[in-house]
Design a binder for this molecule. Structure first.
Ligand code: FE
Length: 358
């Protein structure tokens, strides 16, 4: 990866952003007069996030350096955070809610904890299909749920669709994590939306019948199980492939070397993609700062950093992708409204239970 190419524009924009932040501060003290100038209020923004990636903290740190606005982070499970924001009501300190699943973002909107964001900068940074229809949430990054395969034992020509993984030729060879993972719940929810409940159930049953072993561990563990010979193919998210390939642990890099990445359903309805997003809370006390942070997080430089370090696909089309992701090329994305992932979540869990996907 050419790092200097990635980071040069980053530095240039930092200088620009500092200049802009200076203008903003001047405007603000004009508005509030001398009192504000003598007793400057602490500039801060509070985030409740269900994302668990180091790069997020780095982006917040860069934002603080550029704007002087402090970012306070509360981490937790998405559903817990939604409940907490609801419970705290008007007194919540959360300005922003961040999570990794389109269904959960829709759920947050339905629970009435978010409000629409009006910003030309954000609308320019993020294409319409990567935002809620009312801008109650804004996409930050996407990941594809792909089929990883053993380069030694499988040729990519043998792979085609998610559905094909249920055929007899994959008996005892399919690796995938537990159905308690939102990643699998949203994958099955997408099949319910696109193919109907009956087909979705057949698919789940077919995968269970072809399990190489009972679900165990996270996505990375499925790749490791391919390398160990436990199974030949695994359903997993793209960014974990990137994290393994760039891990400090040589064993992880060996695992990444031994697997290929296949984007299924290219001839049919496309590869399943899920989205991370951010929403402004209904009772935000630092609305201006919160919107500034969303603008920053969706800017090309923050998006490039996010993609370079966490191997997610940027939502801002101006952002450069790391070499590994570029190497995978363009692929057809499963087209559906992210809201539907939340709508079918319960049904998906029901089907998993019925078909014995633990
Ligand atoms: Fe993850």
């Amino acid at each position: 990866m050419n790092l200097s190419k990635l980071f040069k524009p980053f530095l240039v924009s930092s200088v620009l952003a500092i200049g802009l932040a200076g203008c903003g501060a001047a405007n603000q003290s004009d508005k509030s007069g001398d009192e504000a100038a003598s007793k400057p209020e602490k500039q801060e923004v509070n985030i409740y996030t269900a994302r668990h990636y180091e790069v997020d903290d780095e982006i917040y740190k860069n934002f603080t350096e550029e704007t002087g606005i402090e970012v306070n982070v509360v981490k937790g499970e998405a559903e817990e955070l939604i409940e907490r924001i609801k419970r705290e009501g008007e007194s919540t300190s959360a300005d922003l809610f961040v999570t990794v699943d389109g269904g959960v973002l829709a759920n947050a909107k339905q629970n009435d904890i978010l409000q629409p964001v009006t910003s030309d900068v954000i609308n320019e940074n993020v294409p319409e299909n990567m935002r809620d229809t009312d801008n109650n949430w804004i996409g930050l990054a996407t990941r594809a749920r792909i089929i990883a395969y053993s380069k030694d034992r499988v040729s990519p020509e043998e792979l085609s669709t998610y559905e094909d993984l249920t055929s007899d030729k994959w008996k005892g060879k399919v690796l995938v994590r537990s159905s308690t993972s939102l990643y699998n719940q949203s994958l099955l929810a997408s099949f319910i939306e696109l193919n109907g409940e009956e087909k979705a159930e057949q698919w789940s049953q077919g995968i269970v019948n072809n399990f190489a072993r009972q679900p165990d561990g996270g996505d990375r563990d499925q790749a490791k199980a391919i390398a160990a010979g436990t199974g030949d193919v695994a359903i997993m998210n793209t960014y974990y492939v990137g994290l393994l390939a760039n891990s400090e642990d040589p064993e992880d890099r060996k695992v990444a070397d031994s697997i290929g990445v296949f984007f299924p359903n290219q001839e049919t309805n496309g590869t399943h993609v899920n989205i991370s997003g951010i929403g402004l809370t209904k009772h935000s006390k630092n609305k201006e700062n919160a919107i500034k942070l969303i603008e920053y997080m969706t800017s090309a430089e923050a998006q490039e950093l996010l993609s370079a370090q966490n191997y997610e696909f940027p939502v801002n089309p101006e952002a450069a992708k790391p070499e590994l992701l570029e190497g995978w090329g363009d692929f057809k994305i499963q087209e559906l409204n992210f809201d539907t992932l939340g709508e079918h979540n319960k049904k998906a869990i029901e089907i998993f239970n019925k078909t014995g996907w633990k």
